[in-house]
Design a protein around this ligand. Structure first.
Ligand code: PMP
Ligand code: GLN
Length: 381
């Protein structure tokens, strides 16, 4: 039978490809972003408690009410913003489903969606499946700065959506207050929607304040903001996240959500609601991960890999220009096979691959793992 693929140019994601290669060569896996340490015992205990107590049936479609209330309290504490848990928060199966659902709810055939590239790899296929068109704005290393004058040129009458991501995966940079203000100015008075991917909201370093769209009430009026508990509480495999959006946008979001997942895992939602009572569980994260960032980049100081600044996320880019001029996909493969450390090449996050001679390494690992990885990476000449 002949089938017409909706995504003819899409293969397997780089995260699966590199994790598989790492496993095949027994390499240390600093490619796919996940911690190699466990989440808190208390959280596991609460999830276990609710499962054993029989919280095993459907919960309301938009998410467990008590969890949505706890999220609204967290938002108040973190951003001094008031969101209505009834109408503005929807619990999703990770950030990936929230992103897909937000795109599916609003993007129609031939709508244009501006992506700031390198861009997380799930955005473009979701746009394309809906018949939309990706309009890339490519950032160049080593500073990867947005020039808002150049960016503005991409906005047309067909622009339906702009997707931003701060702290940024894969480059580890953060958007500053002036960046969000520019985005607000450029889209004010238009029908352009913004998806703000803020899954690394608490992984932000050197005393910076995360510039959530929730801090910008006018911009929030046309935005959908996406979060992931997997990043915040070290359990990427649980796949629970949420989307915060004004009620008129949440209403449309839920029309799609109810038919692509209905509700998500019941007892994990109960467990997370209990765990959210204690704010220190997320407020301590900048310190926790900053120590790992500094430990790892300290170990690699004086090596042939040049660390680019990581202002947030649990990723850091490393420039390998001193070692070789080969394409980053080749370099990442060789690094895995010959040196036993798996990384993610940067060029795969561009529509038109751009060579910055950089690979991404994930430092959400124990000190023991980071130390062993650094010993191997120091052998690169
Ligand atoms: N957005 C970004 C920027 C990510 O790095 C990830 C990957 N974890 C996601 C979304 C997806 O998150 P989740 O695992 O909760 O689906
Ligand atoms: N977000 C993770 C990363 O950037 C991977 C998620 C996935 O494997 N889909 O590495």
């Amino acid at each position: 039978m002949q089938i017409k693929s909706k995504l003819p140019s899409v293969g397997t994601t780089i995260f699966s490809v590199m994790s598989k290669l790492a496993a095949e060569h027994s390499a240390i896996n600093l490619s796919q972003g996940f911690p190699n340490f466990d989440c808190a015992d208390l959280l596991k205990e609460r999830v276990n408690f609710h499962m054993t107590a029989g919280k095993n049936q459907y919960v309301p479609m938009a998410g467990l009410p008590i969890l949505r209330e706890k999220i609204a309290n967290k938002v108040k504490l973190t951003y001094s913003a008031t969101v209505n848990p009834e109408t503005e928060i929807t619990i999703t199966a990770g950030a990936t489903q929230a992103l897909f659902t937000a795109i599916a709810a609003f993007i129609q055939k031939d709508d244009e969606v501006i992506l700031i590239e390198p861009a997380y790899d799930s955005y473009a296929p979701a746009v394309e499946v809906m018949g939309g068109k990706v309009v890339p704005y490519a950032l160049k290393g080593p500073d990867f700065k947005i020039n808002w004058l150049d960016f503005a040129i991409l906005i047309s009458s067909k622009t339906k959506m702009i997707i931003i991501n701060t702290p940024h995966n894969p480059i580890g940079k953060t958007l500053k207050k002036s960046d969000i203000q520019k985005l607000d100015e450029l889209t004010r008075g238009t029908d352009i929607l913004v998806i703000s991917d803020e899954v690394y909201e608490h992984l932000i370093y050197d005393g910076q304040v995360h510039q959530s769209v929730l801090l910008f009430p006018e911009l929030y009026k046309r935005s959908l903001i996406v979060y992931s508990f997997g990043k915040t509480f070290h359990n990427t495999g649980w796949k629970i996240g949420y989307c915060i959006a004004p009620d008129y946008l949440s209403k449309e979001f839920r029309k799609v959500h109810q038919f692509n997942v209905f509700c998500v895992n019941s007892f994990v939602q109960y467990g997370l609601a209990d765990f959210l009572s204690e704010a220190s569980h997320y407020l301590e994260l900048p310190n926790f991960y900053q120590q790992k960032r500094d430990y790892f980049s300290g170990l690699l100081e004086g090596s042939a890999l040049k660390a680019l600044p990581s202002e947030g996320s649990y990723f850091q880019l490393f420039d390998y220009s001193k070692i070789s001029n080969e394409p980053d996909t080749e370099f990442a493969k060789r690094l895995t096979i010959e040196f036993g450390v798996a990384s993610i090449p940067l060029s795969v996050f561009y529509t038109h691959p751009l060579q910055n001679n950089c690979v991404r390494l994930c430092f959400a690992k124990t000190e023991e793992t980071l130390l062993e990885a650094s010993k191997r990476l120091k052998c690169l000449k």
